[in-house]
Design a protein. Structure first.
Length: 386
């Protein structure tokens, strides 16, 4: 039995060792048994396919979970924000990739400090760039030194967000990186977030065909100029099997596999990828009953709905609306509505922003019905947005 961290509120610390029934609502609960199976399946898959695994920690924002993933074989983690990287590094995570562009001088000064700090403790920091100005600003922030930070050139492979627009545009950035001793050209960032949520396997494969073609062209252009892109990194929980078997990717950045949310459950299953279980739930209680619906006490402030309303775990109930403090559910298939005071378990529509609403995850072993609270997991980078 793990002890509760002293920094956790007393009302949470007293849960450890007790049954799930004592968890007050709403609360964000992790089925640790399911999570561990997910963690091991992905680790085993990456190892079997000769792939580096660098899970996206922006999903759970937890040093505890980052280190568990590394203990299972991950080489490090990804984050999206400077402050996320700082929080995880301060809590002991040694290898972090900010898979995003950082431009503000004040943030770049923090990036430089963090890179030097991690290097001094045998760790490593990496970052993405997509503009020559970004390369120069990063080099200026780091100043004198050699090989202080790994730098990936980001190529837009279908996300239509960050990244250079064309494969040929990778070369000038790669050349600029190699001109600065403090920077090390680490490779290519090639992530298509849109592809993760295309529902059919055929749609996802078509999208990844374009990704792979653009990556190959970028590598061809860079190698023709006498440089190399040592590593191509990307992939998410919807497509990682395609990247792993592409012959061009060397590192997987999937993150949601650890918890899995309702939106990912809407994807058709790819038989070439391992199946993952739902491991993240919002425990909630029926607080009002009407003729055709019930209302539970978990709303926008407990779970994110920008990727769709939550599913109700193990019940013939459908979410129809959500407000700040309430979610409304109706019965499906003619089953009776749950009684006032009943406990229900919501599967969030999107795990990443849901976790960011909470300071602590309540870890349970033995199942949601008869399990026991065994630990509390701090969301170290909760609300860290800069």
């Amino acid at each position: 039995m793990k002890s509760a961290p002293e920094s956790a509120p007393a009302r949470l610390r007293q849960l450890v060792g007790q049954g799930v029934a004592v968890i007050d609502t709403p609360a964000l609960v992790v089925d640790l048994d399911a999570m561990q199976r997910n963690l091991q399946r992905m680790a085993d898959y990456a190892q079997a396919h000769g792939m580096r695994l660098r899970p996206h920690a922006k999903m759970h924002k937890s040093a505890n979970l980052s280190l568990r993933q590394m203990q299972a074989g991950a080489v490090g983690v990804c984050v999206q924000k400077t402050s996320e990287a700082e929080a995880l590094a301060a809590a002991g995570v040694p290898d972090i990739y900010i898979s995003n562009e950082v431009i503000a001088p004040a943030k770049l000064a923090r990036v430089a400090t963090l890179a030097r700090t991690l290097n001094a403790h045998n760790g490593r920091l990496a970052i993405a760039v997509d503009h020559l100005q970004g390369v120069e600003a990063l080099a200026q922030a780091l100043g004198a030194g050699e090989n202080l930070i790994d730098v990936f050139v980001e190529l837009d492979v279908g996300q239509r967000r960050c990244g250079v627009a064309e494969p040929a545009n990778v070369l000038p950035l790669a050349q600029a990186i190699t001109r600065h001793p403090a920077l090390r050209l680490a490779g290519l960032q090639a992530y298509n977030g849109r592809a993760q949520h295309l529902r059919s396997v055929a749609e996802r494969r078509t999208a990844l065909d374009e990704v792979i073609a653009r990556v190959r062209e970028a590598r061809r252009v860079v190698e023709a100029a006498g440089l190399a892109l040592p590593l191509v990194t990307g992939a998410g929980s919807g497509t990682f099997g395609l990247e792993a078997t592409s012959g061009v990717f060397g590192e997987l950045q999937a993150g949601s596999y650890l918890f899995m949310d309702a939106d990912y459950a809407r994807n058709d299953t790819d038989p070439d990828q391992p199946a993952f279980e739902h491991a993240l739930f919002v425990k909630t209680q029926v607080m009002s009953v009407s003729t055709n619906h019930v209302v539970v006490d978990a709303g926008h402030k407990s779970h994110a709905i920008e990727s769709g309303l939550p599913r109700v775990h193990g019940e013939a109930l459908e979410a129809t609306s959500c407000n700040d403090e309430h979610t409304t559910l109706r019965a499906t298939g003619g089953v009776p509505l749950p009684a006032l005071g009943s406990t229900l378990w919501l599967i969030p529509g999107h795990c990443d922003p849901t976790v960011n609403l909470h300071d602590w995850l309540v870890g349970v072993r033995g199942g949601l019905q008869a399990g026991t609270v065994t630990e509390l997991i701090r969301v170290d980078a909760r609300g860290f947005l800069d």
